[in-house]
Write a protein that binds this ligand. Structure first.
Ligand SMILES: Nc1ncnc2c1ncn2[C@@H]1O[C@H](COP(=O)(O)OP(=O)(O)OP(=O)(O)O)[C@@H](O)[C@H]1O
Length: 374
């Protein structure tokens, strides 16, 4: 039977059919450590001395440009990819090095891929039972049904995956990965195949499930907002090494350099030279701590809060060259003499500002980022 009861398929609304919260099985969370891991593929070094660790129960999000090595970290952790140097340890036991490779099924890891990798010829229930072979048949069925119930798919147990919607397939993949109660869960772009409308609700409920399981999670994502939503910590990868790792607050408010800062939002830049502890900028004078006279700096401004439109007579003169309004927010681009790119200002939507208008704009000294110009 393929009754379509899911809200997403019926009305185009939100996917609301998850099971009761607090019923996902609990794992014994594992610690994961990468120590100077190198990995070669096709004659190229894809991981180049990757170092990081996660505490048990922590959710770590891996962010980085395409090709930076995010999926390779997951594959190497899962045992699907050998490493050429360094060590990967789970609960302080080395599972991978140049000479050691513990078999994937012996690592206690749950995996969820971006295409969900469901077995099309197996029923929903069989897909989940597949990872529970070490249990007796009855016990496997009980545990599989428990996981399916948590994700709201208990009544679809006999269906085949092709009968499920995209959101339901995601939930099945999640059930399959949590059913064996792994200590470590690896999720590779788990929401990328869902459309924007569904993604938000699915993300929130998936996060609730992950928190309930208490497993340590490593999640690969392209989306900085997603990383901030999910991650106890975020690691930003650049060319096979971790450029920066920290909480979302740390990485957003104190990015290591401009390229890390650019990952989280568009940036407007001003170049300046420090004199007597201040930098003279086209938007006004800025106090700069910790830099000597003559130091060349880049002042980076985020659209939210780094610069504000102010009353006439204050700040600097600028001209609105563009304005976009969406979901109650204006993104206003202001051309200012002496700054190469227009400065973006985001603020609640209002009719007061329009393209072509002359405005006054001032820097918010507490909300800019200062980097050394190299
Ligand atoms: N089988 C392979 N053989 C050779 N090179 C590979 C292979 N798989 C991946 N690579 C290369 O390894 C690098 C890292 O790939 P990886 O999939 O880990 O990146 P990623 O950060 O996950 O990228 P994306 O965000 O696009 O998925 C890329 O340059 C990729 O081209």
């Amino acid at each position: 039977m393929t009754s379509i009861t899911n809200a997403e398929t019926k009305s185009g609304g939100v996917d609301q059919e998850w099971g009761p919260r607090g019923t996902a099985g609990i794992s014994f969370a594992a610690a994961l450590e990468f120590n100077q891991v190198h990995c070669e593929m096709g004659g190229r070094e894809v991981l180049r001395g990757t170092d990081f660790s996660t505490a048990p129960g922590e959710i770590l999000c891996l962010l980085g440009a395409s090709g930076s090595g995010k999926s390779t970290i997951l594959r190497a952790t899962a045992g699907l990819q050998d490493i050429s140097a360094g060590t990967i340890s789970i609960n302080k036991k080395v599972v991978a090095s140049a000479s050691i490779s513990v078999r994937p099924e012996k690592r206690g890891i749950g995996l969820m891929f971006q295409d969900f990798a469901l077995f099309p010829h197996m029923s929903v229930l069989q897909n989940v039972e597949y990872g529970l072979k070490s249990l007796g048949r009855e016990e496997a069925k009980v545990q599989a049904m428990h996981a399916l119930k948590r994700v709201g798919l208990a009544d679809r147990a006999e269906d085949y995956p092709s009968k499920l919607s995209g959101g339901q397939q995601q939930r099945l993949a999640l059930a399959r990965s949590i059913a064996p109660k792994p200590g470590l869960l690896l999720l590779d772009e788990p929401f990328s195949s869902l459309d924007a409308r569904l993604r938000e609700s699915v993300r929130a409920e998936t996060l609730a499930v992950l928190r309930e399981t208490r497993a340590t999670c490593v999640i690969v994502t392209h989306d900085p907002e997603e990383a901030m939503l999910f991650g106890d910590k975020i690691a930003l990868l650049r060319d096979g090494t971790i450029a920066q790792i920290g909480t979302s607050d740390e990485i957003y408010n104190a990015p290591l350099d401009l390229s890390v800062a650019r990952f989280f939002s568009p940036i407007s830049e001003m170049h300046a030279t420090v004199a007597n502890g201040y930098a003279e900028t086209p938007l006004g004078k800025l106090k700069v701590d910790g830099r000597s006279d003559g130091a060349k700096i880049i002042i980076a401004m985020r659209p939210v809060a780094s610069a504000n439109l102010v009353e006439k007579g204050e700040g600097a003169m600028g001209r609105v060259v563009n304005k976009r309004t969406a979901i109650g927010i204006d993104t206003i681009e202001v051309a200012v003499s002496g700054i190469d790119q227009p400065v973006r200002v985001r603020r609640p939507a209002s009719d007061d500002v329009y393209p072509g208008q002359d405005v006054n704009i001032a820097i918010n000294p507490n909300r800019v980022l200062v980097f050394d110009a190299i």
